[in-house]
Design a protein around this ligand. Structure first.
Ligand SMILES: *Cc1c(COP(=O)(O)O)cnc(C)c1O
Length: 407
């Protein structure tokens, strides 16, 4: 084994020894990254088709984000919400202007934004809708992914997310995804909210039938139920619009954002909502030590302005169509389905051909990094700054990989 090989093997073995085994990474040790490219410790270059689950929509080390980050960190980074800062207002004002909503509560991780949504919805249920104490119910979708807190995994339909972590919080019901009639039938007098992803990411890039969100909007209006969308992964340009709900011309009552909001450098999340919902929070009833800190606000604002000024949302729509066309045109018995929207496509691999994991490992050997979701789906979600040539290069490598695996 030469020195170079030792670097990778050593890093993997130390990480394996000391880190909880709650992930199963591909055997590649990333040393640095820039834009859509990443290099391992041996100096091999890879194209990033994962974007850290959409956290890196702006690409790695975007110069504008780095500049804003260093400038703000050198001035003041963390003060808690015990004091005011200059960037938080403009950051949240921008978020509201983009989404058509009225106010926002800043948090850090996606799961915290979802927890914030759950608290707001329940309190709205009691204070505004008049649901009896502790009876509020939230309807969620089968196959959902909203994060990893013990409350959130309690309403997951994925056994692995739940096994051994109970008892779970009551007050949630799981309804089939994409079926608006089933959702309406499940509404009772104590239903405060419906919480869904516009496209289910972790479930395997599952796109609901056209009109699903529009129907949920109509049902929620008619039945006095809140519509809360988790756009932590689908938001901020990923699907070719700022938010996936804009494909259906609706506005939700509450919106969870995260991932790309942190510009690819830190965790920044928010729960954005209409006025009467965001007003459920009063001094003392909710909070976060790091939520809305000056560094997070400066980076978040810069991330929004950069997405806007570089036209990355339109780019996602245009290159996304191109990626979808090209992936759908690959003639391989390995592919069972191709689905997605914008620069966010899942390719379903026939298990009789190979596991999605095996395809990802073979793809890695050809210089493209992606990751399987469940056993059968490969996710293609490059940073939105990718060029058409880079995208074509990655798709060529994928087609080559499938052809070589068949041989
Ligand atoms: C990633 C994700 C979350 C959780 O975000 P974390 O930052 O990992 O807590 C919630 N909802 C959706 C749709 C996600 O993709």
């Amino acid at each position: 084994m030469d020195m170079q090989m030792n670097l990778s093997a050593e890093a993997i073995s130390v990480e394996q020894r000391w880190c909880a085994h709650n992930y199963k990474p591909l055997p590649v040790v990333i040393d640095r990254a820039e834009g859509v490219w990443m290099w391992d410790v041996e100096g091999t270059r890879y194209l990033d088709m994962m974007s850290a689950y959409s956290a890196v929509n702006l690409g790695h080390g975007h110069p504008r984000i780095l500049r804003a980050m260093i400038e703000q960190a050198s001035r003041v980074a963390v003060i808690s919400r015990a004091f005011h800062s200059e960037k938080l207002g403009p950051f949240l004002r921008r978020l509201c202007a983009l989404s058509g909503l009225d106010g926002a509560c800043p948090m850090n991780t996606g799961a915290e934004a979802v927890e914030t949504a759950i608290k707001a919805a329940r309190r709205w249920g009691y204070k505004v809708k008049g649901i009896p104490a502790d009876q509020a119910e939230i309807l969620v979708a089968e196959g959902n992914f909203h994060g990893r807190t013990s409350t959130i995994v309690g309403f997951s339909s994925e056994a692995a997310y739940r096994d051994g972590f109970g008892p779970f919080a009551p007050g949630f019901r799981i309804i089939p995804y994409g079926d608006a009639d089933a959702m309406e039938a499940a509404i009772g007098p104590n239903t405060a909210a419906i919480l869904v992803e516009p496209i289910q990411g972790e479930a395997g890039i599952v796109v609901p039938p056209e009109g699903y969100l529009r129907r949920l909007r109509e049902i929620c209006d008619r039945r006095n139920v809140l519509l809360i969308l988790d756009e932590i992964q689908s938001g901020l340009g990923r699907t070719g619009k700022w938010f996936a709900f804009q494909h259906e011309g609706i506005v939700p009552d509450g919106l969870c954002l995260g991932k790309a909001l942190g510009g690819g450098v830190m965790p920044v999340s928010a729960f954005v909502a209409r006025q009467d919902l965001i007003d459920m929070f009063v001094p003392g009833n909710h909070g976060s030590t790091f939520g809305g800190n000056p560094l997070a606000a400066a980076v978040g604002l810069e991330a929004l302005e950069t997405l806007d000024e570089e036209g990355l949302v339109a780019r996602s729509a245009e290159l996304g169509d191109h990626m979808m066309r090209r992936l759908s045109a690959i003639d391989s018995p390995a592919i069972r389905a191709v689905r997605g929207r914008g620069l966010w496509v899942g390719v379903e691999i026939d298990p009789a051909f190979a596991t999605a994991r095996a395809v990802c490992e073979a793809l890695m050997q050809r210089g493209v990094l992606s990751k399987e979701t469940h056993d059968t789906v490969i996710r293609f979600a490059p940073p939105l700054v990718i060029s058409r040539e880079e995208l074509d290069w990655a798709i060529d490598r994928f087609a080559e990989t499938l052809a070589a695996m068949r041989a």
